[in-house]
Design a protein around this ligand. Structure first.
Ligand code: PMP
Length: 376
């Protein structure tokens, strides 16, 4: 046998066509992608450095500024999922030896603490440890909680600390005003209420945040996520020329642009009130079925992701499997600290309507009838 002969044959699976089942994605994300956004993502590729692509990226930037309610110049979309923006924020803002304060109200605080731990020491109090960054999740998708934001930025700034907020699960579903609420870094994901495919993540940095991250003594630990390069790629650094850094997800950006366009057409306030209205309809229906909502205070419930306590006498995995098998609907169990405590139902953006909420309730009613465990 010659050096060039292949020894691994083409795998049989690769000789069969791709199969993707239809699913109602009524879990905490990704959500179903409407045809208009799918079509945008299916447009022919152009080069990531073509002038038309830069035009599309400029549109995306404007769309994010609207969605975030910010006039920050340093606004862009990350090539990657929500975690990419999370790491980008921590890696660019924080230098070795500095402290980060993390509010843990579910899994996402735990996750950011785990990211920050890789480079800094974590500390528990603003005044004592002088953290440079405070992290708070706005829409806690593992708990089904929306955290109040008013006043948080002011406290942070009083202590010369930057406020980093995760809105992956809440953007477009619950009110959030980046500039008015003094948020320094805000990020979201493409795949929740924005209804774009997973894989891009809008992020924005205030002047304060830019001042900190562009005056650091050390380079951020990640080259790919280095905002010096990303700000140039997005035309935010005022330099006349954009220099190749990485190849952005061109189709993902097309789809993201379309999803931001849909949000702009609908209007943020309409989107917020619509999510609330459908969520309230769902919550009432769930209570009518005898189910208990995990977050008792209505004002603290996240409209996009509802958590219900696992009903007594049922195996939550069996409920989920039954609903998937018989109704083609995805709900999920808990995540991180809420595993085994809740079921999670998400109706986001395009999926958020009364007909889908009614489908959710019918599927649950059916499953509750069929899956009851006999007392052992
Ligand atoms: N933050 C929140 C609140 C989320 O719900 C999620 C996704 N479930 C993430 C961050 C992480 O996003 P991704 O999976 O896109 O990396």
């Amino acid at each position: 046998r010659g050096m060039s002969s292949v020894t691994i044959p083409p795998p049989a699976c690769m000789l069969r066509p791709l199969e993707v089942p239809f699913r109602y994605l009524f879990g905490p994300g990704p959500s179903n992608v409407p045809p208009r956004i799918l079509a945008a993502g299916g447009r022919p590729i152009i080069g990531h450095m073509h002038s038309e692509m830069f035009g599309i990226m400029n549109d995306i930037k404007k769309g994010i500024q609207y969605a975030f309610q910010t006039s920050n110049n340093m606004t862009l979309a990350m090539s990657g999922s929500g975690h990419t923006a999370m790491e980008c924020a921590v890696f660019n803002i924080v230098e070795p030896g500095e402290s980060v304060l993390v509010a843990i109200n579910g899994i996402w605080g735990e996750r950011v603490a785990e990211i920050a731990e890789r480079m800094v020491k974590q500390t528990p109090a603003l005044a004592k440890y002088k953290p440079v960054l405070f992290f708070l999740t706005h829409g806690e998708s593992s708990a089904g909680l929306v955290h109040p934001m008013d006043g948080v930025g002011d406290i942070c700034h009083k202590y010369n600390c930057l406020l980093l907020v995760d809105s992956v699960a809440s953007l477009g579903a619950a009110p959030l005003l980046m500039d008015q609420q003094n948020i320094d870094i805000l990020y979201t994901g493409s795949q929740k209420a924005l209804n774009a495919p997973p894989g891009t993540a809008p992020v924005s940095f205030s002047e304060r945040a830019c001042h900190k991250m562009f005056n650091r003594k050390t380079k951020p630990v990640s080259y790919l996520l280095d905002m010096t390069h990303l700000s140039n790629y997005w035309g935010n650094d005022g330099k006349p020329e954009r220099i190749y850094h990485h190849t952005g997800p061109v189709s993902g950006f097309f789809a993201l642009r379309e999803s931001l366009a849909i949000l702009a057409e609908m209007g943020l306030e309409n989107s917020w009130s619509h999510h609330t209205e459908i969520a309230e309809y769902l919550w009432k229906g769930l209570e009518d079925l005898g189910l208990k909502l995990f977050i008792k205070d209505k004002d603290l419930r996240l409209p996009s992701v509802t958590t219900i306590a696992i009903p007594e006498g049922y195996d939550w995995k069996e409920l989920l499997a039954y609903i998937m098998k018989h109704h083609r609907i995805e709900f999920t169990g808990g995540l991180g600290p809420s595993v085994g405590m809740v079921l999670r139902i998400g109706l986001m953006g395009y999926n958020c309507n009364k007909a889908n909420a009614a489908m959710v309730l019918a599927a649950l009613e059916d499953a509750l009838k069929q899956c009851r465990k006999s007392k052992a």
